[in-house]
Design a protein around this ligand. Structure first.
Ligand code: AMP
Ligand code: MG
Length: 589
């Protein structure tokens, strides 16, 4: 087995960073160093190549001081190989904060096939600092160092290597060289993409794997916390699929209307009963659907293909052995895993578990999820509408959507646009709630209180703003052990971000992956001539590979054009307008 270690290059003067160590720059609350070591977590050891030890002590890494410090990475990789016992080093520069586990695996897969140096490549560019170098290249490195040639590209010219093409848009190979580049990155990062926001949210969603036993009747809409195994074969005995006569197929194979075959009736058996005897040659037992087929018999002839009296039956159509015969275990055998842990329990699954004789089943406990709507303008449906007020729609919509996802909310309340009131309310509720969803108050207006609320709670802010229209100002934070997702107040903005973001949280909290939105390609059936500066999600109706727009009015503040919507059409930023016949991505509700 080839031993490989992760090797993060952290040395260098970092002149263009004003001397700041790039390894300690942060992105989404994590140092570059930790982001990279996360991506390298498949390796039993990760070494840090450093120019000197001091700033890197106590970070949990084994440090390797570069004997060739300040002349570039070639010496650092050489030093690594001379000091580590592994056969190969998976090298990553410490300024590549976007490297992912998938990319690491891609390079590894190629290395395991070819067993020689593997270098990442995007478009026409090679990335020698995202590469795997086996020990075999040491002599060439040494000779280059002896020549004072430290150029990685010259080194690559002298060795044999494989390249792994990476998707340039995925940023894996992007490295941060200057302070300006870093600042630019942070600025962009303030607005996460939908996918990044989902990642951050899921990372901060606690695992909730508490299970409880419930009566089968109460299991609907819950998620299985156990594999469900058949205790018996189903059916437990060979049974008749018809009303007719159980007999030996051999006895009647030549029977026809013209030449009926006559058998003696030796008994009868109905569903639920048993015929204790054995069916011998020339005999038949009258049988009804669902009854056990008696020993000796191997098929059933339909009653409609016979005439009979008390004593004999005339068979007028032949039947082969096992033709009309449901064997024991036709549905499933004993000790088969029929439903797996993590399955959502729907009506069909309830029926299947009943067929197996389960009266109780282990399910995941429901996570505690609460909703708060904010806004002084909101009144409850049913109250009389006064000037300046509107009915609170978001809270009802979200509560009902959660119900459709099998979640009974533990509270659903309205709060005034009052920071103190909201802070007190969340503090009180968070104690027993894993996840709180709020709507309203996240933009930049005077009454947009949620920023101040998060601050006063001293909650850890995860992000504010997602690069999506509508509903971009989504704010997310963690208060003690409770995740807060604060959606925009605009009803359609709240709805879109509920589906795009909140559902992933629900999927993890309920242990039910199906709740994640599913994407697929579809052909657009209408024009949508508007330019979209930002990535935009609009209401659509999908059927059989085609998607139509529901309404020209896609405003985020209106709900009525959401009626009948079963998907969102995903329009990328910078799109100049969509046309009938275009292929588009849709996200199914
Ligand atoms: P906000 O995000 O609080 O600035 O609200 C944006 C818009 O959505 C305003 O027009 C609000 O009146 C409206 N809005 C806020 N919350 C709700 C709600 N729960 N139901 C219906 N409309 C709302
Ligand atoms: Mg408001």
């Amino acid at each position: 087995m080839i031993q490989i270690a992760g090797y993060i290059l952290s040395g260098g003067k970092n002149r263009r960073m004003g001397g700041e160590k790039k390894a300690f720059l942060t992105l989404e609350n994590q140092t570059f160093l930790h982001r990279i070591s996360d991506a390298l977590s498949v390796f039993p050891s990760i070494y840090l190549s450093v120019d000197h030890h001091e700033p890197y002590l106590n970070q949990g890494f084994t440090l390797i001081k570069d004997t060739y410090a300040y002349v570039g990475p070639l010496g650092a990789i050489y030093t690594g190989h001379t000091q580590c016992s592994e056969d190969a080093l998976f090298v990553v520069a410490c300024d590549m904060p976007f490297i992912t586990k998938e990319t690491v695996q891609k390079l590894l897969d190629v290395f395991h096939v070819h067993k020689k140096t593997v270098v990442a490549k995007t478009k026409e560019q090679l990335h020698p600092l995202l590469a795997i170098y086996p020990k075999e290249v040491l002599p060439i490195m040494k000779s280059m160092l002896d020549e004072d040639n430290y150029k990685m590209m010259d080194f690559l010219k002298r060795i044999d290597y494989e390249v792994v093409e990476l998707d340039a848009s995925k940023k894996d190979t992007m490295n941060i060289n200057t302070k300006q580049e870093y600042e630019q990155l942070i600025k962009q990062k303030q607005m996460l993409s939908v996918e990044e926001a989902i990642d951050v949210l899921v990372k901060h969603t606690p695992f909730y794997e508490v299970s409880e036993e419930v009566a089968l009747e109460d299991a609907l809409g819950k998620v299985l916390a156990q594999d469900v195994i058949s205790k018996y074969a189903q059916p437990p005995f060979p049974r008749s699929p018809l009303d007719g006569f159980a007999l030996r197929g051999e006895d009647v194979k030549d029977a026809s209307k013209q030449h009926p075959i006559t058998l003696n009736i030796i008994g009868e058996v109905y569903a639920g009963g048993v015929f204790e005897g054995v069916v011998q040659e020339g005999c038949a037992v009258r049988i009804m659907t669902g009854a056990p087929i008696p020993d000796g018999a191997n098929t059933v002839v339909k009653q409609e293909h016979t005439t009979y009296d008390q004593k004999v039956v005339h068979i007028m159509e032949g039947s082969k052995p096992f033709e009309n015969y449901c064997p024991a275990g036709e549905d499933y055998e004993a000790n088969e895993v029929i439903l797996t842990k993590g399955t959502y329990i729907d009506g069909i699954n309830i029926g299947i578990m009943a067929s197996m004789g389960y009266d109780k089943v282990l399910v995941y406990k429901q996570p505690s999820i609460g909703i708060i709507s904010t806004g002084d303008e909101l009144i409850l449906p049913g109250a009389s509408l006064t000037k300046g007020k509107i009915y609170d729609a978001n809270r009802y919509l979200i509560q009902a959507r959660l119900k459709e996802l099998g979640i009974q909310t533990v509270f659903s309340e309205h709060c005034k646009d009052d920071v103190e009131e909201m802070v007190a309310f969340i503090k009180d509720k968070a104690k027993d709630t894993q996840f709180i969803i709020t709507t309203g108050g996240v933009s930049v207006g005077v009454k947009d209180i949620m920023h101040e609320v998060v601050e006063q709670l001293q909650a850890e802010k995860l992000f504010w703003k997602v690069d999506v229209k509508p509903g971009s100002p989504t704010l997310a934070a963690v208060y003690e052990n409770t995740l807060l997702v604060c959606l925009s107040g605009n009803p359609f903005g709240a709805a879109v971000n509920f589906e795009l973001l909140v559902r992933s949280v629900i999927a993890k909290l309920t242990n039910h992956k199906q709740w994640n939105m599913k994407k697929k390609l579809a052909i657009l059936q209408d024009d949508f001539p508007k330019q979209s500066k930002k990535r935009r999600f609009i209401r659509g109706y999908y059927q059989d590979g085609f998607v139509s727009l529901l309404d020209a009015n896609q405003s985020s503040s209106i709900l009525s054009t959401f009626i009948g919507c079963n998907c969102f059409i995903d329009i990328e930023a910078g799109n100049q307008g969509l046309h009938k016949g275009d292929q588009v991505w849709i996200h199914l509700l």
